[in-house]
Design a protein around this ligand. Sequence first.
Ligand code: ADP
Ligand code: MN
Length: 255
Amino acid sequence: ITAIRGSVRESAIGKTKTTDKADRATAERAIDHKTRMILYKMLNKGAFRDISGCISTGKEANVYHATQSQGQPLAVKIYKTSVLEFKDRARFMQGDFRFKNGYCKHTKTMVEIWAKKERGNLMRLKAAGIRCPTPYLLRLNVLVMEFIGKYGCAAPRLKDAALSLDKLREGYVEIIIAMRTLYQKCKLVHGDLSEYNILYYEGHLYIIDVSQAVEHEHPHALDFLREDCVHVSDFFKKHGVAVMTIRELFDFIVD
Ligand code: ADP
Ligand code: MN
């Protein structure tokens, strides 16, 4: 227990490069009591033997690297419990029938709902054969999932992957097919798809960060889809790939 307390604190403080990030990590280092208890319980149940580093500190969640008893890596995404940070998410929630009964009913907090949504959406992606982390364990605001990467080294985001033009062309085809599958099979629109939420690992693209993904029946689903198309197209176009027009891509996905 001391080990986890120490490592969680240290990892949140250390390994950050920019001042901005360091400040944020420092402010964030105190994982709240409830979250800490969840981590203790997971540790005691043998879900992992330690949490050994911070992969990312974001506005809404931190992602940590953990190690299973046999040494295999895990990713642990901890949603921040400060509800205020989730204000801009209202637009995703309104119109999503999964939230019809509101979030007060079962005394689940907003972040707990986002964590649960992320797991549910990841499961849908998996079932449809889309590359993404496999979710393993969910407890309130803590989601334990498959670590995408090797030897404790997280796979780079597409933005940072520095791919050759050939690899980029392959990646473009792979991601637009995944976007179509996501829409057609999972009946979902990602809503925040870009080079920031795609990881490049072993020659393939992995979609992450799906907590805000919406049902394709959401009243703004097609607006979100168009934004996703623009972000994905812009990235590949900027790097020299001959891409479809937004209209063509959009039609390819929905038709
Ligand atoms: P947010 O953007 O809301 O902070 P993300 O789910 O996008 O949360 O995760 C933040 C970062 O953590 C990602 O950009 C990625 O670098 C890393 N990451 C997230 N999930 C995994 C995973 N399963 N394996 C490896 N790295 C991950
Ligand atoms: Mn993200």
